[in-house]
Design a protein around this ligand. Sequence first.
Ligand code: SF4
Length: 451
Amino acid sequence: MSIYADDVVNFTSVLKIAYNFLTGRDYLQKKKSKERKTLVSVASGFPDLVFAADSIPVFPIRMEKFKLNLYLLALNSATSLFGWNLTTKLLGIAKQIDFLKIVDNVLNDVINNINSRYNSLYDLAIQKNVSTEYCFGVKSIYGMHVSEANNCDYSLNFTIRCNKYNKYLKSLRALIPNQIWVEIPSMDKENEETTLEIMVNNLQKAITELENITGNMVNDNSLKKQFRIGNQVKRYYKTIIHDISTSNFYPCNPATFAEILALLTISFQDYNSNAQRYLENISQLVKEMRERINRGVGMEVSNRPRILLTPIFNGWEPEAQEIVYNLGGRVIYSDWDLLGLLEEISVSKNSDPIEEYAQFLLNSSNKGLFCLNNCEVLINSYQKYVKRTKVDGLIINQLEDCHINSACYDLMKNKIRTELRIPSTNIKFKKIGENMEQTKAKLSSFMELYS
Ligand code: SF4
């Protein structure tokens, strides 16, 4: 499993994002107790309003206590002594003389660590008799709140196009009584202006509530400042997905590359609770990737089909990417791009930031991708995305207990195969580590199509 570890040691940025994820609990507790910041529970890439209110968005799994592996523990001490850059250099030298045997499984360990916590939070939700009709994602987010709600002051809830998810949001009230809701209306094609107006009003209401609870004003400047940071994060994120992931030479092993994309998918949900720091790390990541490519450090991947595996943000089998890698492919994760959440929000001089944000939310919600219940729209969106990103294949991650039924997934798979003429398949997902034999068999026959 550790074949990728050597790659990671030279990516300071990845280590920082992973480190910031796993040490979130201490960081957030300090923010709350020393700086008196309000912690607001968020999910699915909607942290901007909270940042604009000078408060801290938290995807609640980050309040969990994670075990740091030895390598990250060593980093913890070394970075406080030498700073990040020098530490990475030192560890790089140590690795070359085979001194630091603990440089092992770093990113793999981090992802496994996070995933096993997802599994235990899912179990916790079941112990608490959460509705059995929820999918893995909803159950594990519920479990996160059972475990950590008392550390969050408020919860900011955006409704999406899934009744089960919205039902879960309502049930959260029992765990976090302080809630702010942002209702995203369905787009009325006949009456787009009214829909936009409703969305703007809903946002204004939420902003007023945020101002009241945090005591901080949210104005055009604070919103635009946050959107500017967010736009830059999105630009770098897209560079990785659209430029670097499509090249024939990767800055690292494609399995490491997929793990980096997985880490970005998980950490983007709350921009690691510090948007400026996240921006610095992701910009450094792009720089490090480019530098490695320019120096010829990495791996030729032109002979490996590029396979999009999606959606994963509500839970997926992380081993799948490794199976595909061992069968000669390379997996790409790009949920947030697919869902429209990497679109930039205009911050031009005369723009109204609330209206721009409202439009952004409507676009991503009504694109059909955000867990929509209209199969036809969902399929069209997937088709467009697959065509635009020119992937060589699609693996649809089909969550058990998802309200989007098997017939819809099958139709999507077949349409992509016949109309776009690229291989596609679906793998069923219930819980991490379950159903492995079936997943392996499915992926093996899928990958045979490329031989
Ligand atoms: S659409 Fe499916 S995957 Fe998305 S939240 Fe609803 S049940 Fe879960």
